[in-house]
Design a protein around this ligand. Structure first.
Ligand SMILES: [Zn+2]
Length: 335
């Protein structure tokens, strides 16, 4: 299994509030815009080969999406196509003298993973159908049906990747590959004031900058999910108080803090839609669990982006402004 032995990346699992800014401001827009919709046309292929090899299509799509979102420039130069890329040696076969072999006959002779799924007599990763068929058949062979986890682990050897792939797969299978639509995170029928203080200094917790925007509103004002996504985190943090972290299928992470309470029926692992009530404005935080009232009630709202193992906050102001202009549909989920 030498082909899968990619260097194990070190994992930096920071607790949420200790994130710092790593990327110069100018870069955030270009990276944020790098999100691709190249996989829309791949959905029938995920479904076809998922079915054939008994692998959930969302897992195939999740593997591709995570792989795509974590590519370096060098990765992109080496394999200039969307999604997961096999090492050339894995594709062509370990003892194949031609590591760029695209002949299905010789690849099969040398035990490579490459297949000619679209029957053009070429087995090439550049052809999405060949690549996805090879991925699905490899997962089928490796995992049987029970150990999908180990399989995804073998592909990335990284616990963050595991979490993302399975979260993405749930989002995709429920909402599709690119669910459209966002929502302003506070119910607009209530009074509120947005304070654009991203990057300002803070008083509590030492030298940290303010990685978000504060939306001041009365206690109990409904806080809404602003995107389709997955509740990755929910609970107490001494800075954020009662807070929720929601990740979407493009690896944006939305952080809602200082809530007075959570909405019933929303739990860690829940899938949410834009406009769904996730909690209520409060003033919790800046102390041990339950601390409240050290500052006026408000929603602290932050957006983080993750590419590979880099994570950074960027100012949510322009996104908030555009969502604020849009019609809002508030939804409650019965518990
Ligand atoms: Zn804040």
């Amino acid at each position: 299994m030498g082909f899968l032995n990619k260097p194990k990346l070190q994992v930096f699992l920071a607790t949420f509030c200790s994130f710092t800014i790593f990327v110069p401001w100018g870069q955030t827009t270009s990276i944020a815009q790098a999100a691709t919709k190249a996989d829309i046309k791949l959905q029938p292929i995920y479904e076809q080969y998922g079915k054939r090899f008994d692998v959930p299509w969302g897992i195939l799509a999740g593997i591709d999406r995570y792989a795509e979102l974590s590519k370096t420039k060098a990765d992109r130069n080496e394999h200039p196509f969307y999604g997961y890329a096999f090492d050339d040696v894995a594709w062509s076969g370990l003892s194949n003298p031609n590591s760029h072999d695209i002949d299905p006959m010789t690849i099969s002779l040398f035990g490579g993973l490459g297949v000619d799924a679209n029957r053009d007599r070429i087995a090439s990763q550049i052809e999405a159908e060949d690549r996805i068929a090879a991925l699905a058949s490899w997962i089928d062979l490796e995992s049987g049906e029970s150990d999908l986890d180990e399989c995804v682990w073998a592909l990335f050897q990284d616990p963050v990747a595991m979490d993302r792939v399975f979260a993405f797969s749930r989002i995709f299978e429920t909402f599709g590959l690119h669910p459209e639509g966002h929502c302003f995170p506070v119910d607009k029928r209530y009074n509120y004031t947005v304070k654009h203080t991203f990057g300002a200094g803070r008083s509590f917790g030492g030298r940290r900058i303010h990685e978000g925007v504060d939306i001041f509103a009365s206690y109990g004002t409904p806080v809404l999910a602003c995107s389709y996504g997955y509740v990755e985190l929910m609970g107490w943090n001494r800075f954020g108080g009662w807070r929720v972290g929601i990740r979407d299928g493009d690896n944006y992470y939305y952080y809602y803090a200082h809530l007075s309470s959570f909405a019933k029926g929303v739990k860690q692992g829940s899938l949410v839609r834009p406009g769904q009530v996730i909690g209520y404005v409060g003033s919790t935080g800046y102390g041990p669990p339950g601390t409240a009232g050290k500052f006026p009630p408000h929603l602290h709202f932050g957006i983080y982006r993750e590419i590979g193992h880099r994570e950074w906050a960027f100012s949510p102001s322009s996104m908030l402004a555009s969502w604020e202009r849009q019609k809002q549909t508030v939804m409650r989920v019965k518990s």
